[in-house]
Structure formats: structure tokens, C-alpha cells
Design a protein around this ligand. Structure first.
Ligand code: SF4
Length: 371
């Protein structure tokens, strides 16, 4: 074990004992192909301690699909994409919800189940999309486009959701846009997701300049190079990627849609064009599928670690609170989305360019004021 890891274990009063090894043997049997034994000696004491503490404190851990395998397979009670985690948060009956993901998802959990204590292990786990827009920006847009309904991606703060008519996720964005029955929508803040929706609908889509710092890095050229280097590979892409990336893919869908696709089709070789921890997590469940792993990591998701989860539960930090002035309006936007039900598994993104048009980026607030 490397020295830093030993010091961190000692700091938390933990040790890799034979008892810990036995208690975590079933988890290690699952993840041994993606976690080296030397690293397991560090992870196992945390997994053992966290699972004990969850039982003592009546806590559950909701983990996003982008968590690393030791979290996803070792301590998470429920794993999923942001839509699934929002639904699970709403029906959780544990006293404490630890959100193993980023801040806007922890806010969503608190909005959906306000009587529970919601903890996030690292308060600085943000999101480039969420940080691209504020409530004041949305208020200016609404002034500039009176009567145009506002759809916001769940990757936004509670303050932004409170200014919104309805939320969406990458699983249901098209369904949400078409549910409104209008000829125009403001779709905020993800430019690429908006562009991918616009191609599939006749509704005019006005959008913002937000981008996911992970998915915007992929290009159509990358996909062609993966295919050249790995003949026969099946390419799955997330709709936060640029539209020309989706054009090169065999399938596009949310993280849950991609996982569902691989489980069903079980291709010999696959590349998931998204955050790379997800491939490790699915590879554990499908040892016969060869995963080509593009290594784009989300620096925000990677702030969540086992030591931080343990300290979060031990010290009851960092509790997520939402201003009561905005919480009811933000909750309503999420509830309207959930009331639409679950769309058919990711089918919305298939078929390349649809019958729709282009998403039009609207100006920054200062430009809007002077327009
Ligand atoms: S992967 Fe992209 S959208 Fe998801 S949390 Fe990270 S920056 Fe935000």
C-alpha cells in the first residue's frame, strides 16, 4: 500500500484487517478486474466502515453512474442517472440521504424529500453546465421572450429551477419539450442537448451557451478513429455531446439508456462516449463485453471519494439546505417533469438528423438588455 493511503487510513482510524478482508470479499470478487489488489487494501476498510455506519444511522447512498467502481459497487444503495436518482430520492424512507454525485443532484434530492437530511461529501462538487447560468439570467430571458415556456435541464441550481416551468433530463428532454404544446421553448442551459433536441422536433428551440466540460471534448473525428482502431466496435454517445458526434454513433442516450443498451445487446466491443468511470462500472457486470475506454473524467464527480463519504456520515457534513423562498417553485418544476412518466428507453435520440431544425443560441444577459 502506498504511504499516503496508509496515512489516510490511519487518520480515519481504519486498517485492512483479515476481518475487513472477509467482510468485503464478495464485493472484491465483483470488482477485481477493475480495481487492483493493492488499491483494494485501501478501499476495503472504508467500504466496511461506511456500510456499518449506514446501518447505524439509517442512511442510504444515492450514487450517479459516473462514480468510481469502489463507490458504485461498494457502498451505493441505488445507482442511476439523474432522472432515476430524483425518483429514488422522492421515495427514500431512510433518515439520511448521502448524495454521491454533484451539488445540483444533492439539491434535487433535498427538493424531492425535504424532511430528510441530505449530505454531500464535498460541497465544491459542481458542474460546468450548472455554473453557466443564474436565476437572474433566466429572469432576463423571460422578460425578453414573454410567454415562451422555460425548460431547464436538471443540471442547474435550485435557484434556476425556481424560474423554470419544467425540468428535463437527457432521458426525457424531447418528451418534455413536446409536452408543452407550444411552437417555441427556451431550453437552458445546454447548447448541445438543445441542438440534439431541436433536430428531433418541429418546436423552435432557443438555448444558452452552457456546455458540459466532459462531453464537449468529444469530436466526430474521435469516433472515426475509435472505429478505425477497433473494427466492429459499437459506439454509444451521450446527448450532451455535439450533434456531429451523435451522427457518428450507433446509439445515443442518457447514461441509463447506454447501460440498458449494452446489457441488452451485449456487443463484443463497445465504446461509451461519456465520463469514463461508467465503462468500469458496467464492465464489472458484463465481463464478456470489451470496453474501449475514452478517458474523459469529470473533475467534479471525481471529488467524491470513499474517505469523504465516510467523513460525511461520521460528521454529518455537508448538509444541503435550500432557501425556502425558492424551494417550492423549484420542486414544482421537477414534479411536473416526473408527472410525465418515463420515456421509452433512449429511443428519442436514434436516427441521426430528424425532421426538426437547429437550436438558436440566445444572447448573454447584457446583450439582451441592449437588444
Ligand atoms: S459530467 Fe458534465 S454535466 Fe455531468 S457533472 Fe460533470 S460537468 Fe456537469
Amino acid at each position: 500500500m502506498i504511504m499516503n493511503s496508509a496515512a489516510e487510513l490511519a487518520r480515519d482510524g481504519l486498517e485492512f484487517t483479515s476481518g475487513v478482508e472477509r467482510a468485503t470479499a464478495d464485493v472484491y470478487a465483483r470488482v477485481k478486474d477493475v480495481i487492483p489488489e493493492i488499491e483494494w487494501q485501501f478501499f476495503a476498510p472504508y467500504i466496511h466502515a461506511i456500510n456499518q455506519l449506514k446501518r447505524e444511522k439509517n442512511a442510504i447512498i444515492l450514487a450517479h453512474n459516473y462514480m468510481t467502481p469502489e463507490i458504485y459497487h461498494g457502498v451505493a444503495d441505488i445507482c442511476g442517472d439523474s432522472l432515476a436518482l430524483a425518483r429514488e430520492a422522492a421515495k427514500a424512507d431512510a433518515e439520511i440521504i448521502v448524495q454521491a454525485s454533484v451539488h445540483f443532484m444533492a439539491e434535487t434530492a433535498k427538493l424531492m424529500n425535504p424532511d430528510k437530511t441530505v449530505l454531500i461529501p464535498d460541497m465544491s462538487a459542481g458542474c460546468s453546465l450548472s455554473e453557466s447560468i443564474t436565476g437572474a439570467d433566466v429572469r432576463l430571458l423571460k422578460e425578453h421572450f414573454p410567454g415562451v415556456p422555460v425548460v431547464t435541464y436538471v443540471n442547474t441550481s435550485a435557484e434556476v429551477k425556481a424560474e423554470t416551468d419544467i425540468c428535463c433530463t437527457s432521458s426525457n428532454a424531447l418528451q418534455v419539450v413536446e409536452s408543452l404544446g407550444t411552437d417555441k421553448v427556451l431550453f437552458l442551459p445546454d447548447h448541445y442537448l438543445a441542438a440534439n433536441v431541436a433536430r428531433q422536433t418541429s418546436v423552435k428551440v432557443l438555448t444558452w451557451r452552457g456546455r458540459c466540460m466532459v462531453h464537449e471534448q468529444f469530436s466526430a473525428k474521435d469516433i472515426r478513429e475509435y472505429r478505425e482502431a477497433n473494427p466492429g466496435v459499437i459506439v454509444l454517445a451521450h446527448p450532451e455531446c455535439p450533434p456531429d458526434v451523435l451522427d457518428e454513433a450507433d446509439y445515443a442516450g442518457s447514461t441509463a439508456g447506454m447501460i440498458g443498451y449494452v446489457h441488452k445487446a451485449q456487443p463484443a466491443k463497445v465504446v461509451m462516449i461519456t465520463e469514463c468511470s461508467m465503462s468500469d462500472n458496467v464492465a464489472v457486470e458484463l465481463p464478456n463485453v470489451k470496453f474501449i475506454r475514452p478517458c474523459n473524467l469529470c473533475p467534479h464527480m471525481k471529488k467524491i471519494t470513499l474517505p469523504k463519504i465516510l467523513r460525511s456520515l461520521r460528521e454529518m457534513k455537508h448538509e444541503v439546505k435550500i432557501d425556502p423562498q425558492i424551494a417550492p417553485r423549484a420542486r414544482l418544476a421537477i414534479e411536473r417533469m416526473l408527472a410525465l412518466g418515463t420515456p421509452s428507453s433512449g429511443a428519442q435520440w436514434q436516427g441521426g438528423v430528424g425532421t426538426g431544425g437547429k437550436a438558436e443560441i440566445v444572447g448573454a444577459p447584457r446583450e439582451l438588455v441592449s437588444a
